[in-house]
Design a protein. Structure first.
Length: 190
């Protein structure tokens, strides 16, 4: 088992170094932009508009469930997993930090699992579940989540494994809250 874990870690580091070194000055700017949570405020506003347009007077429970998804995914990644696993970010890893192409700041000491990936994929999965029948192109929200998540590797602050774990946390949080939302509607007679 230890050999398998070591092989996974080595693959994760090799994949990180490959992806992290695919750089260009224009991409430096774009990936910093993609990773910035405030730049996406217009997107969040548009998604809220779509929810209200689709669910009308019933939009408040959907919005509350979406907020719960973000809180659940963020706290699972940041408050539970990072302190539990204590896996260094690549830019803090003593074995690797000199090989990391760091575009901006490194962030906190630990990076497993990625909160950016957990939050964006949690939002994407929940929005997709809520709007897939009302909005034909809502699947493109996954492209946004993938871009934000990839930016974290490009910037040198997360391994691909951190991203994958974060995406799974987000998907699980979204699935759980979607189920809670649907059960609550059924019990209330809707």
């Amino acid at each position: 088992m230890e050999t398998i874990l070591k092989a996974i870690e080595e693959f994760d580091q090799a994949a990180f170094l490959f992806l992290n070194h695919l750089h260009h000055p224009i991409l430096d700017f774009l990936m910093l932009w993609a990773s910035d949570k405030y730049i996406w405020i217009p997107l969040y506003g548009f998604l809220l508009y779509l929810i209200v347009k689709t669910f009308k007077t019933g939009s408040a429970p959907v919005i509350l469930a979406l907020i719960a998804v973000i809180v659940l995914s963020d706290q699972t990644a940041s408050s539970l997993m990072k302190p539990l696993f204590e896996r260094f970010r690549p830019c803090h890893d003593p074995e690797l930090h000199e090989q990391v192409r760091l575009v901006a700041g490194c962030g906190g000491k630990f990076g497993f699992a990625s909160s950016h990936a957990a939050n964006t994929f949690g939002l994407a999965f929940f929005i997709w579940a809520a709007l897939k029948t009302a909005c034909r192109y809502i699947w493109t929200i996954f492209l946004w989540a993938a871009l934000v998540s990839y930016s974290r590797i490009y910037l040198g602050v997360h391994y691909p494994g951190d991203i994958l774990a974060g995406a799974l946390i987000g998907a699980a949080a979204a699935g759980f809250m979607w189920r809670v939302y649907k059960i609550s509607l059924h019990r209330l007679g809707y």
